[in-house]
Design a protein around this ligand. Structure first.
Ligand SMILES: *Cc1c(COP(=O)(O)O)cnc(C)c1O
Length: 392
């Protein structure tokens, strides 16, 4: 069960769940004449990118997205014949490696375009049979994070002019990123869609017609208004549409069960020790938990250095023998204590669920996120490298 560590704390990942989630997303994308990009950045949201990638490749996923060059390089042997988007653009000194491996950078500035042009041999020395090197351009339509601002017509015109001077490069796609796609009550996505239209019109005026457009994250795939608008924009510009689901691949996002998505990850540990403490005794640093009765305390070999958030101290629960046991006192760097006074028949070695189900009880990454003031994304990404990933 836990081949790479003898310490019994591990994450169990389900290939079946990942495959099922991908198929739901692919079908939703196909209904919009679109293709789903498999977003496997941040080690596949903490799940383990090589294994997630292998599952998605077998299922026919052709496009993948990572954050940075380092992530792409780690996966390079598997990614060879697949398209790999590098979402965070290009940093100084990376262009030669990016082009050598035929990764596809999402550019957001003229500076990045200049670095790329420098790294790709100019057209006159390229054999005429060599296709131009594809790049993608991000338009900032409201995230204010990266990309050329949608209404910066000067920068868009300059980008187009630079491209015309570098026929060895091809602007294959224009993309944007939505800030509030999971909120159907927000008008922001509609506004961002209009801004994307405007930026595409500007590029058209300067002779640029990208074969592809991409936008939309997991939530977008379930919001028909967004999908319809994106399909309309793509049709209008004569482009194919790609959508970029991430968190939904791993079974999270809004209403996952209603949407046919299943969590891929379970996080487990085992009871390492049991002790009984007298009423009035304290547990863990600074005595933030004090027993009000003789109490049975179980030791779990997991702590905040494993990504088990310290904000769960005295708030979180785990599952053992199908019952909920509250965390007693502070989560420490490497260990956590739980109050198991009300659970009979426990033994050292019993399996404990941090995320997952046992009997009729269930704890999700959303539950831990709610208790620690964050989102499931962060809970999953935070699971430490010390926790072995076991694919089943
Ligand atoms: C992370 C990311 C996604 C995926 O978002 P989810 O909310 O996980 O579906 C899509 N596009 C970009 C640019 C991203 O950074």
């Amino acid at each position: 069960m836990n081949p790479s560590s003898s310490r019994p704390t591990w994450a169990e990942l389900s290939r079946t769940a990942l495959r099922g989630n991908y198929r739901v997303l692919r079908e939703n994308a196909m209904r919009a004449d679109a293709e789903a990009v498999g977003v496997i950045k941040a080690n596949a949201y903490g799940h383990g990118a090589p294994e997630a990638l292998a599952v998605l490749i077998v299922d026919g996923c052709a496009w993948f997205a990572v954050t940075c060059l380092d992530e792409a390089l780690l996966l390079q042997p598997q990614l060879k014949s697949h398209r790999t988007l590098i979402l965070s653009g290009l940093f100084d000194g990376e262009a030669a490696v990016v082009t050598r491996h035929a990764f596809t950078p999402v550019l957001g500035s003229l500076q990045q375009l200049a670095w790329l042009a420098e790294a790709v041999p100019p057209a006159e020395v390229t054999p005429s049979s060599a296709p131009p090197f594809p790049l993608h351009l991000e338009i900032d339509t409201g995230m204010a994070r990266q990309g050329i601002q949608w209404n910066d017509t000067t920068a868009l015109a300059a980008f187009a002019a630079q491209l015309i001077q570098h026929p060895q490069l091809l602007l294959e796609a224009v993309m944007t990123h939505f800030a509030s796609p999971e909120d159907p009550g927000s008008t922001q996505t509609a506004e961002q869609l209009e801004r994307l239209r405007a930026a595409l019109a500007t590029l058209h005026e300067h002779g640029i017609a990208p074969p592809l457009i991409h936008a939309g994250n997991s939530a977008s795939l379930f919001e028909s208004a967004q999908i319809t608008a994106l399909r309309d924009i793509a049709q209008q510009s004569g482009s194919r549409l790609l959508l970029r689901p991430g968190i939904a691949l791993y079974g999270y996002g809004p209403y996952p069960a209603e949407r046919g998505l299943q969590p891929v990850l379970r996080w487990k540990t085992r009871i390492a020790a049991l002790r009984t403490i007298a009423a009035g005794e304290a547990v863990s640093y600074n005595a933030t938990f004090r027993a009000t009765r003789p109490s049975r305390i179980a030791l779990l070999p997991v702590g905040y250095a494993d990504g088990y958030n310290r904000l769960l101290s005295n708030r979180g629960e785990v599952l053992v023998r199908g019952q909920r046991a509250p965390i007693a006192g502070r989560v420490t760097m490497d260990q956590t204590m739980v109050d198991v006074t009300d659970i009979a028949g426990l033994a050292v070695g019993d399996e404990v669920i941090l995320i997952g189900e046992q009997g009729s009880e269930r704890i999700t990454a959303d539950d831990l996120a709610a208790l620690s003031g964050t989102i499931a994304y962060e809970v999953l990404c935070a699971i430490g490298t010390r926790v072995p990933r076991v694919w089943v």
